[in-house]
Design a protein around this ligand. Structure first.
Ligand SMILES: [Mg+2]
Length: 269
């Protein structure tokens, strides 16, 4: 087999889901911590959703949005503060230190990853069930991406930390693209480095050139650290959820190519 195989991240590469994930997280946070949100006015909620756009680059998996929503609420309302980190905390510091802050607040709030993932998925399912068009409309594909996927001659795989059923609905309903289910690797299929290994080991995919497009620098660095994945071409999408600082860092890493959105659509063809 000759040609190209593209493993594509979903959120921040194909789809801008930040509006949807922030609103879903706010809904889920109200279910999880109803007392904290009692009496919180719309202005504060809007402020939280706005800040979530700035903080989006730190999110690796959807449930972290819930933690960020609660942390932002703690920043706004000192009387509900329960974590030791929120005094004097700023948005900039969350951006810089999220990986250190996350385990501290999880412990201090006595929260558990799996139940937050379940809750986040459940809240989304309910939103989809009650108002599919509203839910779909809270997402958007980046300009030109749907067409590029439709007309691509390359082998396309989706490798995402999103639950597979949500990626599938958005591809079908919003982009008008059907990607076979066995080509979507979602949350629960293991770390992305393991998915890439599975793909490159498959006998039916031998001979293809492998490309991985991602918007999260930390994920690309995980790939670089693994010598078994030396054959992959790696790209960081500038249009996705990364910061200027991360893009600058990526420019200094020879393995990583930086892509603009039009280059990306062109490559897929
Ligand atoms: Mg992403």
């Amino acid at each position: 087999m000759a040609g190209d195989l593209y493993a594509l991240d979903f959120d921040g590469v194909l789809c801008d889901s930040c509006g949807e994930s922030s609103l879903s997280a706010l809904k889920a946070a109200k279910v999880r911590w109803p007392d904290l949100f009692r009496g919180v006015d719309v202005g504060v909620e809007e402020w939280i959703v706005d800040q979530m756009h700035i903080l989006r680059p730190v999110v690796e998996t959807g449930y972290e949005n819930l933690l960020l929503v609660r942390l932002l609420l703690e920043l706004q309302i000192s009387s509900i503060r329960k974590s030791s980190v929120s005094d004097g905390l700023t948005i900039e510091r969350i951006l810089e230190s999220w990986s250190a802050l996350k385990p501290i607040i999880m412990m201090e709030w006595n929260e558990d990853r799996d139940s937050l993932i379940d809750l986040f998925g459940r809240v989304r399912d309910e939103w989809i069930e009650n108002d599919l068009s509203g839910w779909v409309a809270a997402n958007r594909f980046y300009p030109g991406v749907a067409e590029a996927l439709k007309f691509s001659c390359s082998e396309i795989y989706i490798v995402t930390t999103k639950q597979k059923r949500f990626a599938d609905v958005l591809l079908r309903e919003l982009a008008g693209v059907t990607i076979p289910s066995d080509k979507i690797y979602g949350l629960g299929t293991g770390p992305k480095v393991e998915v890439l290994k599975q793909l490159q080991r498959r006998p039916d995919l031998q001979g293809l050139r492998f490309h991985f497009v991602e918007d999260r620098l930390a994920t690309l660095k995980n790939v670089i650290r693994d010598p078994e994945l030396d054959g992959w071409n790696l790209y960081l999408g500038r249009w996705g959820y990364n910061t200027e600082k991360e893009r600058q860092e990526a420019e200094g890493i020879p393995r990583i190519g930086l892509l603009d959105l039009p280059d990306f659509s062109e490559k897929l063809k």
